[in-house]
Design a protein around this ligand. Structure first.
Ligand code: ARG
Length: 576
């Protein structure tokens, strides 16, 4: 019946002479077919930067693969089309001939998978990450490998492959395109590279490149522990109580109960564990209390903790670069991709931060928040909003105080991102490259909304210049207020756009891998136009509002004294 109705609609459209041509989607991926067998085997990765063109679509569409080799054309007129994949130099298509014939159906997606390459074009690379106790840069007999370290490998054609060391500290990939490859050891939970965290090597076709070892130098002492969600508040980690990733643990050198730049600090790993290298013998170990939590009764684990010789523990950094990213979706839409209208960020277990101008167009009972995925498709974690709090000073038009909070109907375990505090302003100074993420329009007015989360780097823009750009001489009150922060390039070209509103503008904290949120996508004149930077809500101005709405308890602390080369185990914190 539905089918009949839609063909009827199709005929009606044709006969009414409507130029609204029915369209569908062509999407797919290009993978590196290392063994040239024409199918994607489990260890064969997607390949970015490959040119893909549609030959029949009159718009003469072309794109290149990204996000793990994927590509997508939307709005393709229905009927036959041909997909042309042009492999990178020295490679060839292994799955079919370079042209794939497809038929595009109305409102549905046609998938095309193309393999490129042959085994002759790739070689292997392997190496180790080890505990360089005497810091001499080479691996001596008593120096052990480090498990779970991450090495980013950039191939000669620019593809980035993330390698992880195994239990022996060995990383390996057999599918690296020949040519110069750059390897970089990532600083992450429990891993601090000694000098030379970047190395270049040559990958030879069909052979294994020389071992590249990375040393990790010990410093004076180390503290290990855990921050966990103590659901019942009894101070003990009971079964089912999970560790909390992305929390800041620091040694409070000046004892001001606050994390200051320059103090030794680290972020907890995916399982809530941390390993902090501390140069001082006597330290006050504290953690930053995130929004929406308070300490359980102080856990005095220090007395019970064992002291071990220095060993690098730690875990790999969490998978998924932005696990706190949220999408606001109308509850009435069955498909999250078609119902998404704004972004947001999880800042506490049951609170999502967004823009007021997003929140005022929804009511809680018809608002879902999608979390924990880069892809807006089913199945996803989709949670009904329980309450929407729009900032009381929000003024539509000038868009001052463009902030709102959405309370979720239950608490979730996804990592949160913490709002930038007033004292951390330096992390967000003019010129700092910030990252904006969202599912918004890919081109100004193009209505080209991706299924996959996109990211862009935008430098923080001078406040006065931004004010000039946005001040209407007829109406000088409508400028850039202290509640706003701008980001973008004088020449334009990179920006947030429609649909990105409510999503976060992020800056790196001083802790590797830990983001802080400095802005909320608010407005802009067009998208990516020269001298019209994106305007964001300045999150650091809203600390009192956020604490009043969500709350933040006090953190407990540990007094620890260490001798050189010792590790203190079990300095844990319980929060709920
Ligand atoms: N107000 C827009 C939205 O609702 C966001 C616009 C951001 N524009 C920009 N050029 N940065 O999605």
């Amino acid at each position: 019946m539905k089918r009949f109705l839609s063909s009827l609609l199709f005929l009606l459209l044709i006969f009414s002479g409507c130029d609204n041509v029915p369209t569908g989607v062509i999407q797919g991926r290009v993978f590196l077919d290392a063994n040239n067998n024409g199918v994607q085997d489990s260890d064969e990765i997607g390949i970015n930067g490959v040119l893909v063109e549609l030959l029949i679509d009159p718009r003469n569409t072309r794109t290149s693969t990204s996000n793990g080799g994927t590509f997508r054309f939307s709005g393709v007129p229905i009927g036959p089309d041909e997909v042309l994949v042009t492999p990178l130099a020295g490679m060839r298509i292994s799955t079919s001939n370079p042209r794939t014939r497809v038929t595009v159906f109305k409102d549905s997606a046609t998938d095309v998978v193309v393999g490129v390459g042959k085994s002759l074009d790739v070689g292997s690379i392997t190496g180790t990450v080890f505990q360089d106790n005497n810091a001499n840069g080479t691996r001596d007999t008593n120096e052990s490998g480090i498990a779970g370290a991450i090495v980013d490998l950039t191939t000669s054609v620019g593809t980035v492959v993330t390698l992880r060391t195994d239990g022996e500290g060995i990383y390996q990939s057999n599918l690296i395109i020949s040519g110069n490859a750059t390897l970089r050891l990532r600083e992450s939970c429990g891993v601090k590279p000694s000098a030379g965290s970047t190395q270049t090597t040559r990958v030879f076709v069909g052979s294994v490149s020389p071992i590249k070892a990375f040393g990790v130098t010990p410093i004076k002492g180390r503290v290990n522990g855990l921050i966990f969600h103590d659901t019942n508040g009894n101070g003990l980690q009971d079964s089912g109580e999970l560790g909390l990733p992305g929390w800041t643990v620091y040694s409070d050198l000046n004892q001001n109960n606050q994390y200051d730049l320059g103090e030794p600090a680290t972020a907890t790993c995916a399982n809530g564990n941390y390993a902090l290298d501390v140069p001082d013998d006597n330290i006050k170990l504290r953690h930053v209390m995130n929004l929406g939590y308070t300490s359980s009764k102080a856990v005095n684990v220090v007395a019970a903790a064992q002291v071990k010789p220095f060993i690098v523990g730690g875990q790999p950094a969490p998978e998924g670069a932005y696990p706190f990213m949220a999408s606001l979706v109308y509850a009435s839409a069955s498909n999250p991709n078609s119902g998404a209208f704004c972004g947001g960020s999880l800042i506490a277990p049951n609170w999502v931060l967004t823009a007021a101008h997003c929140a005022v167009i929804a009511i809680a009972s018809n608002l879902d928040v999608v979390l924990g995925t880069n892809r807006l498709e089913n199945p996803v974690t989709r949670i009904r909003a329980a309450e929407i709090i729009v900032h009381p000073n929000y003024t539509p038009g000038p868009e001052d105080f463009d902030m709102a909070l959405i309370r979720l109907s239950f608490r979730v375990n996804f990592p949160t991102v913490q709002p930038l505090m007033p004292l951390q302003g330096g992390l967000s100074a003019v010129g700092v490259k910030a990252t904006v993420i969202g599912w918004g329009d890919l081109s100004d007015g193009g209505r080209n909304y991706p299924i996959d989360l996109h990211e862009a780097l935008v430098p923080i823009f001078d406040q006065a210049q931004c004010n000039t750009a946005y001040t209407d001489p007829e109406n000088p009150t409508n400028g850039i207020t202290p509640r706003m922060i701008c980001a973008g390039y004088p020449q334009g070209g990179i920006d947030a756009c429609q649909g990105d509103s409510g999503g976060p503008l992020l800056v790196s904290s001083s802790i590797p891998g830990l983001w802080l949120q400095t802005g909320i996508v608010s407005f802009g004149s067009g998208c990516a136009l020269p001298n019209n930077p994106g305007v964001y809500t300045r999150v650091s101005e809203f600390n009192a509002f956020l604490e009043a709405q969500i709350g933040r308890g006090l953190a407990s602390e540990h007094d620890i004294s260490l001798q050189a080369g010792q590790t203190r185990e079990g300095a844990s914190f319980a929060v709920h």
